[in-house]
Write a protein that binds this ligand. Sequence first.
Ligand code: ATP
Length: 263
Amino acid sequence: MLEVENLQVVYGNSIEALRNASFQVGKGSITALLGSNGAGKSTILKSISGVLYPEDGKIRSGGLSFEGLDLTNLMPNEIVRLGIAHVPEGRRLFIELTVEENLIVGGYTRSRAENAATIEEIYTLFPRLKEKRSAVSGYLSGGEQQMVAIGRALMKRPRLLMLDEPSLGIAPIIVADIYQGIRELNSKLGLTVLLVEQDASLALKAAQYAYVMENGRVVLDGTPEALSQNEDVREFYLGVGERGDRRSMREVKHYRRRKRWLS
Ligand code: ATP
């Protein structure tokens, strides 16, 4: 459904954030992009949704296509119209509006009846939002705000939903609800999901296929089963030592900076 081929992206003509990054997202799948801070994950999502230019970012070379259509020269609104929705890191809600008002804003291109039906589906997916439908969004917890952000993206009835770090800074109990919602969107409604996560164990539980990024490149890919068995993934991303004990990432980084896939 989505093909990213040898994508090179620079910010301000000098910082190379992506270097020949390539991967695919299959229709109906949950695909995860994993990697540590600065690996280039958010830049990939911004390239796909066409929002690099406010940050002086540019695609220098490579290809991006959605269902065979070239995305590289389209405007963000055209990309949204094709059925691609992007929930950025940090959520960016209208904090002074209520939950339901935020959802309605997300559906501005659709009719009142269509919006009402979609809002009900979102409330079924995230029952917490129904309880808080009239609450001002700025007063919600981080997890509830993340649900609103996902709901707002769903209002446009996308075919590809891109989520940037949906678990970031959110209490584990609510993260579980958010991930349950993501899985249901995929399994019950057939929505294709591209998931960016720093928390590899969460992402590998939800995804059917995953790519590992480092320094702007995709360095490894595979099914969650295969990646969970990979020693480097276990050590660097799942924080599990060779003896099976959990380690702190700081300790791991200190002792072994070089990874097998880079050597
Ligand atoms: P994080 O989880 O920290 O967001 P990431 O994997 O999403 O990490 P990106 O945010 O895509 O990584 O950043 C990739 C590289 O591009 C980093 O070196 C980062 O410093 C740089 N970068 C990102 N945004 C900008 C920008 N607006 N201007 C200049 N450099 C940037």
